[in-house]
Write a protein that binds this ligand. Structure first.
Ligand code: BTN
Length: 325
């Protein structure tokens, strides 16, 4: 079965906004027989698409599948590079592991690794990342920007802005960012970001940006130890969220903002980041490996370093810490 033709049929039916498209039309447009069209329609149905045959009119799409398979994600995807190559697996240890391997094998800029569940999902500071099956989006994006390795942390901040914009667009919820990489709704974490680097003497070979989006979980879907600090978009909005749409929107904003960052620098994105931040202007406690500092979070530098002013008036640059508010 030619997957490109299947994809084109799905795209055509989705874009016709519920109007039926005749089998003959599809056959003419795609240069295949009507029997072939019928086989591709069956293939789409097997993948969870609801397709109605309307007498004398043709085929009409009535339901999209709730999976993260490339066919659904790439249909209607509005990006040029991010998500044009998708490595999809139903289950894996961690999408970060797969993405690192693909990057080493030369996977192109914008390659996305997506899965329905992870058995060893990892978070910052070697923590475990809870990845309930078919309820979230667990993904790693491979980027190959031509920037110095010390700029890598800024990509976490750029990604955070993209995540917030996508959640806003698809759900109407208004998430906030807790420095450096937590996306919160009502004070609970709905998304985590983990940026890892492959670099050598020539600079960045690849950035592996891991994103864990809690989408349709209920409280019981989370491990007991995170139930009080984690949340999902469904728990906050009261409605199930279409995971495909959310991933498409996220990939769109990732491309928009990473290009903006590479072409114009961090200034605009810093303003956006600060506008969504729950940390800036607030009293915080920053726990680091060797010390804990308390003070007011005054802002972030152009390198994404948190500026913390302690009671003695000193300004500290925080590169990595757990922030309590
Ligand atoms: C954090 O907040 O600590 C970062 C969490 C990052 C989780 C994502 S899920 C997809 C990708 N694969 C992983 O193993 N981790 C990241």
């Amino acid at each position: 079965m030619n997957i490109t033709v299947t994809l084109k049929i799905a795209k055509r039916l989705i874009e016709s906004n519920g109007e039926a498209v005749s089998g003959q039309h599809l056959a003419d447009e795609l240069g295949v027989s009507r029997t072939a069209i019928w086989k591709h329609i069956k293939e789409l149905e097997e993948k969870g698409y609801g397709i109605e045959s309307v007498k004398k009119k043709g085929y009409r799409i009535v339901m999209l599948p709730d999976t993260l398979e490339p066919l659904g994600i790439q249909t209607g995807l509005k990006t040029k590079s991010i998500g044009r190559e998708i490595e999809y697996v139903e289950s894996c240890a961690s999408t970060q592991i797969i993405a690192h391997q693909l990057a080493q094998e030369g996977a192109p800029d914008g390659t996305v690794v997506l899965t329905e569940t992870q058995t060893a999902g990892r978070g910052r500071l070697a923590r475990k990342w809870d990845s309930a099956a078919n309820k979230g989006a667990w993904m790693s994006i491979i980027l190959r920007p031509d920037v110095a390795p010390q700029k890598a942390p800024q990509f976490t901040l750029v990604t955070a802005v993209a995540v917030v914009r996508a959640i806003e667009e698809v759900t109407g919820l208004q998430p906030q960012i807790k420095w450096p990489n937590d996306i919160l709704l009502n004070g609970k974490k709905c998304t985590g970001i983990l940026t890892e680097l492959q670099s050598d003497a020539d600079g960045i070979q690849a950035l592996i940006i891991g994103i864990g989006l809690n989408i349709n979980q209920e409280k019981d879907d989370f491990d007991a130890e995170v139930q009080d600090i984690a949340t999902s978009l469904k728990m906050e909005s009261g409605e199930a969220v279409n995971r495909q749409k959310l991933v498409q929107s996220l990939l769109f904003y990732m491309e928009l903002y990473t290009h903006m960052y590479i072409e114009e620098g961090f200034a605009m994105l810093k303003i956006l980041w600060e506008s969504y931040s729950t940390t800036i202007g607030q009293p915080v406690r920053a726990r680091m490996t060797n010390q804990t500092l308390e003070g007011i979070a005054e802002g972030i530098t152009d390198d994404g370093v948190l500026q913390l002013r302690t009671a003695d008036g000193k300004l500290h640059g925080i590169y990595s810490a757990d922030i309590e508010m």
